[in-house]
Design a protein around this ligand. Structure first.
Ligand code: GH3
Ligand code: MG
Ligand code: MG
Ligand code: MG
Length: 330
């Protein structure tokens, strides 16, 4: 599964230090060096891939997304500095930890390599122990950078994706859905009278309600993208799902939240209002902003209609629909 299947509350990146196979691409024009590297690193929990030419190494790095590149300076064709510039200049490979390998003891070379973004330098001929130690340190650094990048996209309270990720992801999903004429729906939801919950039962309980609702949102299909949009507002991006499907999803979420019980907070009922927009219901020039505006409009109507309900704004191809709790007569 690609990045698109990641769940924020079940991060794919193991914490630094955890045992998992990391990948190393070694780029050197000397076959003996490749054999030595494999020999010295044979007991490390890493996969090693080899390239004899710089261009080939860059291709391999794009394809394999390795954690570390071990890079010779003196290569036939593109030299190590050119290879480093290509890796750093491409967002797909710019975060790989690059360690230079070189027979040249030149200070100028080392300084230039570090300035261009390499993280370390190993002098040839290398001792097995130093090679291992430097490769491990580069792998640790890479794991930390991955973890920080992951944290920067996650909401600290609920563990859902945060607003920054929501914006980026919605942009990607809107352009992909338009390109491949695929369905895409957006659900925006807002907890009802949440200020009153905080005021009556205290902020810690308010936080617990946010967290519980976050769990409910995250329990859907792996391809759904559940985000905390801000405060007590949440967004659910549903790739491949048209309005009717989104209505079912939202209705299920609405019911689940309203059925929650809160021991110790007598009389508390938690509900939310839901607004749905379907990309296909917007005109040809649909953008992330117009999709959000349509879902927001629907959410406003759900609030105005009495809260604890799901509303979907009509478009050329969708009916205006609303679902609300079924009230049993006494
Ligand atoms: P409505 O039904 O119209 O949405 O009313 P509301 O009270 O939910 O809306 P309002 O915008 O007036 O209040 C939202 C409240 O959400 C106010 C704010 O203090 C609270 N809130 C936002 N973020 C957090 C948080 O992280 N934790 C807690 N406990 N409360 C939060
Ligand atoms: Mg060489
Ligand atoms: Mg609000
Ligand atoms: Mg609210």
């Amino acid at each position: 599964m690609t990045r698109h299947g990641e769940r924020p509350i079940d991060p794919p990146t193991a914490p630094p230090g955890a045992v998992q196979t990391q990948r190393v691409v070694a780029i050197d024009d000397c076959d003996l060096i490749h054999r030595l590297l494999r020999h010295h690193l044979r007991h490390e929990a890493i996969e090693i891939h080899s390239a004899l030419r710089g261009e080939e190494g860059v291709e391999l790095a794009r394809e394999l997304d390795p954690d570390v590149v071990l890079l010779d300076i003196e290569l036939h064709g593109a030299d190590g500095f050119e290879v480093l510039a290509s890796l750093k200049g491409d967002p797909r490979t710019s975060e790989i930890a690059v360690v230079f390998l070189s027979a040249s003891g030149s200070t100028e070379h080392r300084v230039r390599a570090l300035e261009l973004g390499a993280v370390d330098f190993i002098a040839k001929p290398f001792a097995a122990a130093e090679l291992k130690a430097r490769v491990r340190s580069a792998l640790r650094l890479r794991a930390l950078v991955r973890m920080l990048a992951q944290k920067a996209r996650i909401d600290g309270l609920t563990g859902l994706w945060n607003r920054a990720y929501f914006d980026q992801r919605l942009q990607e999903e809107v352009s992909e859905s338009r390109r491949y004429a695929r369905a895409l729906s957006l659900i925006l939801c807002d907890l009802d009278h949440f200020k009153e919950i905080n005021d009556r039962h205290g902020h810690p309980l308010g936080d617990a309600v946010l967290t519980r609702f976050g769990r409910i949102l995250a329990a859907g299909r792996a391809s759904d993208v559940a985000c905390r949009y801000g405060g007590e507002e949440f967004g659910l991006i549903l790739p491949g799902i048209p309005a009717e499907g989104a209505m079912e999803v939202a209705e299920r979420l609405r019911r689940q939240l309203s059925e929650q019980v809160w021991p110790g907070a007598e009389g508390l009922r938690t509900t939310a209002s839901f607004g749905i927009a379907d990309l296909a219901a917007l005109d040809g020039a649909a953008t992330p902003a117009s999709l959000i505006a349509a879902a927001d409009e629907a959410l406003y109507r759900a609030k105005a209609g009495g809260r604890d309900r799901v509303y979907c704004v009509a478009g050329p191809s969708t009916e205006e629909v609303e679902t609300r709790p079924v009230r049993r007569s006494a």
